[in-house]
Write a protein of this length. Structure first.
Length: 284
């Protein structure tokens, strides 16, 4: 099939983009960045936006820079930018590891980091990373700029706190200090498929014990989130099989798993247990 008719807008500045979005959002206007989720749904007419605001021509949104101890990722930055480390140390290592799990190479050359965050698919790898690292979302509109902590950003399956006229202009990830341990693991049935569950593990080592542990689970619930019970099971413990098993068990118990025709809640809970343990083992 082909998309339903729509009006195309191609702003050249962020100010022009948010002004256009303010005007067309009430008339079912949508932002077009990578288009890897939006365009296929338009082709099947599952989505019929009356306006598309294409932000690909805005040079300021292609910003990828370290500033004030944070990696700032503009709305025009493609997944493929992370194939090689974009920041020194553990953060760059983590992002370049995770990106290879995202769909297939052609999709990574067009899809965008911020687009994935704004789309808020439960199976998004970048959403899980954002949750693990307590990312900040920079939302722009004609009313100004607001910074939204990740803890209050995701509202459910493909739902965020962004207003219809707001543009997710940038995501900011804190740099990780040297020596931070990072790990990522996900399970899907075929390479490139949506993950059934995934885990992001981040922790420090102090006097041979785990400290400042972060364990985020994605894919299993309606939104990714850190699992406090699992983090408590890790902090103060040696990085060994016993601690990782206890944390993985805690994560499996804490989640409220999604169910579908192929995956029961019990099955997804078991997958959470496996990916959590493997992410921790990789970090160690």
């Amino acid at each position: 099939m082909k998309p339903a008719p729509f009006q195309y807008h191609a702003p050249k500045t962020i100010e022009e983009a948010v002004a256009t979005l303010a005007r067309v959002a009430p008339d079912d206007g949508r932002v077009l960045a990578g288009g890897q989720s939006l365009v296929p749904t338009m082709a099947f007419r599952l989505a019929r936006p009356r306006h598309l605001v294409d932000i690909n021509g805005i040079a300021a949104l292609k910003r990828l820079a370290v500033e004030d101890g944070k990696l700032c990722i503009g709305a025009g930055v493609r997944h493929a930018a992370f194939h090689r480390p974009v920041a020194e140390g553990p953060l760059g290592q983590l992002l370049s590891n995770v990106v290879h799990h995202i769909a297939h190479h052609p999709i990574r050359t067009r899809g965008t980091f911020c687009g994935s965050i704004a789309h808020a698919d439960p199976a998004s790898e970048w959403c899980a990373v954002a949750a693990a690292l307590d990312a900040e979302m920079v939302a722009r509109s004609t009313r100004g700029t607001r910074i939204v902590p990740v803890a209050g950003f995701f509202q459910g399956i493909m739902t965020t706190v962004l207003a219809e006229d707001e543009l997710l202009a940038e995501v900011r990830l804190p740099l990780l200090s040297a020596g931070t341990r990072v790990g990522f693991n996900e399970f899907n049935r075929r390479a490139g498929d949506f993950a059934i569950a995934m885990a992001v593990a981040v922790f420090q080592m102090k006097d041979g014990k785990i400290a400042d542990a972060r364990l985020a689970i994605g894919g299993a619930e309606s939104s990714p989130r850190r699992i406090a019970a699992a983090e408590r099971a890790l902090n103060g413990e040696a990085p060994d099989a016993a601690a990782f098993t206890a944390a993985a068990d805690a994560a499996a118990l804490a989640v409220d798993p999604l169910e579908d025709n192929a995956n029961t809640a019990a099955y997804r809970r078991d997958i959470v247990r496996a990916v959590a343990r493997r992410a921790l083992e990789q970090a160690a």
